[in-house]
Write a protein that binds this ligand. Structure first.
Ligand SMILES: NC(=O)c1ccc[n+]([C@@H]2O[C@H](COP(=O)([O-])OP(=O)(O)OC[C@H]3O[C@@H](n4cnc5c(N)ncnc54)[C@H](OP(=O)(O)O)[C@@H]3O)[C@@H](O)[C@H]2O)c1
Length: 252
Protein backbone atom coordinates (compact mmCIF):
# COMPACT_ATOMS: atom_id res chain seq x y z
CA UNK A 1 0.00 0.00 0.00
CA UNK A 2 1.33 3.44 -0.95
CA UNK A 3 0.73 6.35 1.43
CA UNK A 4 2.40 9.73 0.93
CA UNK A 5 2.87 12.54 3.46
CA UNK A 6 2.88 15.88 1.63
CA UNK A 7 3.96 18.79 3.81
CA UNK A 8 2.41 22.08 2.68
CA UNK A 9 -0.39 20.92 0.38
CA UNK A 10 -3.08 23.50 1.09
CA UNK A 11 -2.23 25.22 -2.23
CA UNK A 12 0.29 25.43 -5.03
CA UNK A 13 2.96 22.84 -5.76
CA UNK A 14 2.18 20.69 -2.70
CA UNK A 15 -1.47 20.41 -3.68
CA UNK A 16 -0.52 19.43 -7.25
CA UNK A 17 1.94 16.82 -5.93
CA UNK A 18 -0.64 15.38 -3.53
CA UNK A 19 -3.24 15.09 -6.29
CA UNK A 20 -0.79 13.49 -8.74
CA UNK A 21 0.37 11.01 -6.08
CA UNK A 22 -3.28 10.15 -5.39
CA UNK A 23 -3.95 9.71 -9.12
CA UNK A 24 -1.18 7.10 -9.00
CA UNK A 25 -3.15 5.32 -6.27
CA UNK A 26 -1.38 6.65 -3.16
CA UNK A 27 -3.30 7.58 -0.03
CA UNK A 28 -2.29 11.05 1.19
CA UNK A 29 -1.66 12.68 4.55
CA UNK A 30 -1.27 16.36 3.80
CA UNK A 31 -0.42 19.31 5.99
CA UNK A 32 -1.33 22.97 6.16
CA UNK A 33 -0.27 25.76 8.44
CA UNK A 34 -2.86 28.58 8.23
CA UNK A 35 -5.01 27.67 5.22
CA UNK A 36 -7.27 24.93 6.56
CA UNK A 37 -9.90 25.62 3.88
CA UNK A 38 -7.29 25.07 1.17
CA UNK A 39 -6.19 21.82 2.80
CA UNK A 40 -9.78 20.59 2.91
CA UNK A 41 -10.16 21.46 -0.79
CA UNK A 42 -7.14 19.29 -1.56
CA UNK A 43 -8.64 16.49 0.57
CA UNK A 44 -11.99 16.78 -1.24
CA UNK A 45 -10.29 16.66 -4.65
CA UNK A 46 -8.39 13.50 -3.69
CA UNK A 47 -11.44 11.85 -2.18
CA UNK A 48 -13.23 12.64 -5.44
CA UNK A 49 -10.69 10.34 -7.09
CA UNK A 50 -11.79 7.56 -4.74
CA UNK A 51 -8.60 7.79 -2.68
CA UNK A 52 -8.34 8.40 1.09
CA UNK A 53 -6.80 11.67 2.28
CA UNK A 54 -6.35 13.30 5.69
CA UNK A 55 -5.32 16.89 6.50
CA UNK A 56 -3.25 17.68 9.59
CA UNK A 57 -2.04 21.04 10.90
CA UNK A 58 1.71 21.54 11.25
CA UNK A 59 3.78 24.65 11.89
CA UNK A 60 7.25 23.92 10.55
CA UNK A 61 8.64 26.99 12.26
CA UNK A 62 7.89 25.50 15.69
CA UNK A 63 9.94 22.50 16.82
CA UNK A 64 7.36 21.64 19.51
CA UNK A 65 4.72 21.26 16.79
CA UNK A 66 7.16 19.06 14.82
CA UNK A 67 8.00 16.86 17.81
CA UNK A 68 4.31 16.10 18.36
CA UNK A 69 3.67 15.32 14.72
CA UNK A 70 4.73 11.67 14.65
CA UNK A 71 1.86 10.73 16.97
CA UNK A 72 -0.63 12.57 14.75
CA UNK A 73 0.63 10.73 11.65
CA UNK A 74 0.56 7.39 13.49
CA UNK A 75 -3.05 8.00 14.45
CA UNK A 76 -4.04 8.97 10.89
CA UNK A 77 -2.29 5.88 9.48
CA UNK A 78 -4.06 3.54 11.90
CA UNK A 79 -7.50 5.11 11.72
CA UNK A 80 -7.66 5.66 7.96
CA UNK A 81 -5.62 2.84 6.47
CA UNK A 82 -5.02 0.39 9.33
CA UNK A 83 -1.32 0.96 8.53
CA UNK A 84 1.77 1.43 10.68
CA UNK A 85 3.95 3.16 8.09
CA UNK A 86 3.87 5.39 5.02
CA UNK A 87 5.91 5.14 1.83
CA UNK A 88 6.63 8.69 0.64
CA UNK A 89 7.51 12.02 2.25
CA UNK A 90 7.38 15.34 0.38
CA UNK A 91 9.01 18.22 2.26
CA UNK A 92 7.43 21.00 0.25
CA UNK A 93 6.21 23.69 2.67
CA UNK A 94 7.80 27.07 2.38
CA UNK A 95 7.37 30.79 2.04
CA UNK A 96 9.22 33.33 -0.05
CA UNK A 97 10.14 36.95 -0.20
CA UNK A 98 13.20 38.88 -1.14
CA UNK A 99 15.43 41.24 0.82
CA UNK A 100 18.80 42.54 -0.25
CA UNK A 101 21.68 40.99 1.68
CA UNK A 102 22.65 44.31 3.30
CA UNK A 103 19.10 44.80 4.62
CA UNK A 104 18.28 41.27 5.82
CA UNK A 105 17.63 41.24 9.55
CA UNK A 106 18.61 38.48 11.96
CA UNK A 107 14.92 37.85 12.54
CA UNK A 108 14.25 37.35 8.81
CA UNK A 109 17.27 35.07 8.48
CA UNK A 110 16.12 32.97 11.45
CA UNK A 111 12.63 32.60 10.02
CA UNK A 112 13.93 31.36 6.67
CA UNK A 113 16.22 28.94 8.53
CA UNK A 114 13.44 27.63 10.79
CA UNK A 115 10.83 27.02 8.11
CA UNK A 116 12.94 26.14 5.05
CA UNK A 117 15.77 24.09 6.56
CA UNK A 118 15.52 23.28 10.28
CA UNK A 119 11.83 22.37 9.90
CA UNK A 120 12.25 19.77 7.13
CA UNK A 121 15.42 18.47 8.81
CA UNK A 122 13.73 17.85 12.17
CA UNK A 123 10.48 16.66 10.60
CA UNK A 124 12.28 14.06 8.49
CA UNK A 125 14.08 12.83 11.64
CA UNK A 126 10.78 12.72 13.49
CA UNK A 127 8.97 10.76 10.77
CA UNK A 128 11.82 8.42 9.82
CA UNK A 129 10.62 5.57 12.07
CA UNK A 130 7.29 5.64 10.20
CA UNK A 131 8.78 5.76 6.69
CA UNK A 132 8.81 2.26 5.25
CA UNK A 133 12.04 0.67 4.04
CA UNK A 134 12.19 1.13 0.26
CA UNK A 135 10.30 4.43 0.55
CA UNK A 136 11.14 7.80 -0.99
CA UNK A 137 11.67 11.40 0.06
CA UNK A 138 11.29 14.41 -2.23
CA UNK A 139 12.33 17.85 -0.99
CA UNK A 140 11.23 21.03 -2.74
CA UNK A 141 14.28 23.21 -3.24
CA UNK A 142 14.43 26.09 -5.73
CA UNK A 143 16.37 27.30 -8.72
CA UNK A 144 17.27 30.32 -6.55
CA UNK A 145 20.09 28.03 -5.37
CA UNK A 146 21.39 27.57 -8.94
CA UNK A 147 24.98 28.43 -9.79
CA UNK A 148 24.06 30.80 -12.65
CA UNK A 149 21.41 33.42 -13.40
CA UNK A 150 20.65 34.52 -9.85
CA UNK A 151 18.23 37.37 -9.12
CA UNK A 152 19.26 39.82 -6.41
CA UNK A 153 17.52 39.74 -3.04
CA UNK A 154 17.35 36.04 -2.25
CA UNK A 155 20.53 35.46 -0.25
CA UNK A 156 18.69 34.03 2.77
CA UNK A 157 15.95 32.13 0.94
CA UNK A 158 18.30 30.78 -1.74
CA UNK A 159 20.95 29.73 0.78
CA UNK A 160 18.41 27.66 2.72
CA UNK A 161 17.27 26.01 -0.51
CA UNK A 162 20.90 25.26 -1.36
CA UNK A 163 21.21 23.64 2.07
CA UNK A 164 18.14 21.53 1.28
CA UNK A 165 19.85 20.22 -1.88
CA UNK A 166 22.95 19.24 0.13
CA UNK A 167 20.84 17.68 2.91
CA UNK A 168 19.04 15.63 0.25
CA UNK A 169 22.35 14.07 -0.84
CA UNK A 170 23.19 13.11 2.74
CA UNK A 171 19.74 11.61 3.20
CA UNK A 172 20.23 9.62 -0.01
CA UNK A 173 23.56 8.34 1.27
CA UNK A 174 22.60 7.47 4.83
CA UNK A 175 19.10 6.14 4.17
CA UNK A 176 20.18 3.94 1.25
CA UNK A 177 20.89 1.22 3.81
CA UNK A 178 17.12 1.02 4.25
CA UNK A 179 16.49 1.26 0.49
CA UNK A 180 15.05 4.76 0.95
CA UNK A 181 15.69 7.18 -1.93
CA UNK A 182 15.95 10.96 -1.51
CA UNK A 183 15.81 13.57 -4.27
CA UNK A 184 14.93 17.23 -4.58
CA UNK A 185 13.13 19.25 -7.23
CA UNK A 186 14.09 22.83 -7.98
CA UNK A 187 11.16 24.73 -9.48
CA UNK A 188 11.63 28.04 -11.23
CA UNK A 189 9.05 30.84 -10.97
CA UNK A 190 5.71 29.08 -10.55
CA UNK A 191 2.27 30.69 -10.36
CA UNK A 192 1.13 29.92 -6.78
CA UNK A 193 0.00 32.08 -3.83
CA UNK A 194 3.72 32.06 -2.82
CA UNK A 195 5.43 35.33 -1.85
CA UNK A 196 2.18 37.10 -1.09
CA UNK A 197 0.80 36.48 -4.59
CA UNK A 198 3.53 38.64 -6.17
CA UNK A 199 3.02 37.03 -9.58
CA UNK A 200 -0.57 38.32 -9.67
CA UNK A 201 0.05 41.78 -8.23
CA UNK A 202 3.24 42.63 -10.15
CA UNK A 203 2.69 42.04 -13.90
CA UNK A 204 6.06 43.62 -14.74
CA UNK A 205 7.78 40.97 -12.61
CA UNK A 206 5.90 38.21 -14.42
CA UNK A 207 6.82 39.61 -17.85
CA UNK A 208 10.50 39.70 -16.90
CA UNK A 209 10.42 36.13 -15.58
CA UNK A 210 8.60 34.88 -18.68
CA UNK A 211 11.20 36.53 -20.93
CA UNK A 212 13.94 34.66 -19.03
CA UNK A 213 12.19 31.30 -19.46
CA UNK A 214 13.03 29.31 -22.61
CA UNK A 215 9.51 27.92 -22.85
CA UNK A 216 8.13 31.46 -22.53
CA UNK A 217 5.74 31.38 -19.58
CA UNK A 218 5.58 31.06 -15.80
CA UNK A 219 5.41 27.55 -14.41
CA UNK A 220 2.11 26.21 -13.09
CA UNK A 221 1.83 23.99 -9.99
CA UNK A 222 0.89 21.08 -12.21
CA UNK A 223 4.17 21.46 -14.13
CA UNK A 224 5.95 20.45 -10.90
CA UNK A 225 3.51 18.08 -9.13
CA UNK A 226 3.86 15.21 -11.65
CA UNK A 227 7.67 15.34 -11.37
CA UNK A 228 7.43 14.96 -7.58
CA UNK A 229 4.96 12.09 -8.01
CA UNK A 230 7.29 10.43 -10.53
CA UNK A 231 10.26 10.63 -8.15
CA UNK A 232 8.13 9.02 -5.43
CA UNK A 233 6.91 6.25 -7.71
CA UNK A 234 8.41 2.94 -8.76
CA UNK A 235 9.30 4.52 -12.12
CA UNK A 236 11.86 6.60 -10.21
CA UNK A 237 13.34 3.63 -8.36
CA UNK A 238 16.88 4.09 -9.75
CA UNK A 239 17.11 7.83 -9.03
CA UNK A 240 18.55 8.99 -5.73
CA UNK A 241 20.63 11.90 -4.45
CA UNK A 242 19.62 14.10 -7.40
CA UNK A 243 18.27 17.61 -7.73
CA UNK A 244 15.95 17.91 -10.73
CA UNK A 245 15.48 21.44 -12.08
CA UNK A 246 11.86 21.90 -13.22
CA UNK A 247 11.79 25.39 -14.70
CA UNK A 248 10.88 25.28 -18.40
CA UNK A 249 14.44 26.42 -19.08
CA UNK A 250 14.68 29.42 -16.74
CA UNK A 251 17.90 31.35 -17.50
CA UNK A 252 18.86 28.74 -20.08
N1 LIG B 1 6.22 29.37 -6.49
C1 LIG B 1 7.47 29.50 -6.85
O1 LIG B 1 7.83 30.33 -7.71
C2 LIG B 1 8.52 28.62 -6.25
C3 LIG B 1 9.78 28.54 -6.89
C4 LIG B 1 10.75 27.71 -6.36
C5 LIG B 1 10.48 26.98 -5.19
N2 LIG B 1 9.27 27.09 -4.59
C6 LIG B 1 9.05 26.29 -3.38
O2 LIG B 1 7.92 25.48 -3.57
C7 LIG B 1 7.36 25.14 -2.29
C8 LIG B 1 5.86 25.30 -2.34
O3 LIG B 1 5.54 26.66 -2.52
P1 LIG B 1 4.34 27.14 -3.46
O4 LIG B 1 4.92 27.99 -4.49
O5 LIG B 1 3.47 26.01 -3.84
O6 LIG B 1 3.61 28.14 -2.43
P2 LIG B 1 2.22 28.07 -1.66
O7 LIG B 1 1.10 27.77 -2.61
O8 LIG B 1 2.18 29.31 -0.86
O9 LIG B 1 2.36 26.80 -0.70
C9 LIG B 1 3.18 26.83 0.45
C10 LIG B 1 2.74 25.73 1.39
O10 LIG B 1 3.63 25.73 2.52
C11 LIG B 1 2.86 25.84 3.72
N3 LIG B 1 3.62 26.58 4.75
C12 LIG B 1 4.09 27.85 4.67
N4 LIG B 1 4.70 28.19 5.82
C13 LIG B 1 4.59 27.11 6.65
C14 LIG B 1 4.98 26.84 7.98
N5 LIG B 1 5.62 27.76 8.74
N6 LIG B 1 4.72 25.61 8.52
C15 LIG B 1 4.07 24.69 7.78
N7 LIG B 1 3.64 24.89 6.51
C16 LIG B 1 3.90 26.09 5.96
C17 LIG B 1 1.61 26.59 3.31
O11 LIG B 1 0.60 26.34 4.28
P3 LIG B 1 -0.60 27.40 4.61
O12 LIG B 1 -0.87 28.17 3.36
O13 LIG B 1 -1.69 26.51 5.07
O14 LIG B 1 -0.09 28.30 5.70
C18 LIG B 1 1.34 25.96 1.95
O15 LIG B 1 0.69 24.72 2.10
C19 LIG B 1 8.07 26.04 -1.27
O16 LIG B 1 9.05 25.29 -0.57
C20 LIG B 1 8.73 27.10 -2.13
O17 LIG B 1 9.89 27.61 -1.51
C21 LIG B 1 8.28 27.87 -5.10
Amino acid sequence: MSITVVVGASSGIGRAAAIRAAEGGSGVILTYSSNEAGALETVAHIQGLGVEAVALRLDLGDSVSIRGFRAAVEQALTQTWGAQSFTGLVNNAGFGGGTMFADTTEEQLDRFYRVLFKGPYLLTQELLPLLADGGAIVNTASNSAATLGLSEGFSAYGSMKGAVVVLTRYLAKELSRRGIRANSVSPGPTRTPFAGGAFETMPELTADLESRTALGRLGEPDDIGPVIAFLLSDAGRWITGQDIEVTGGFNL
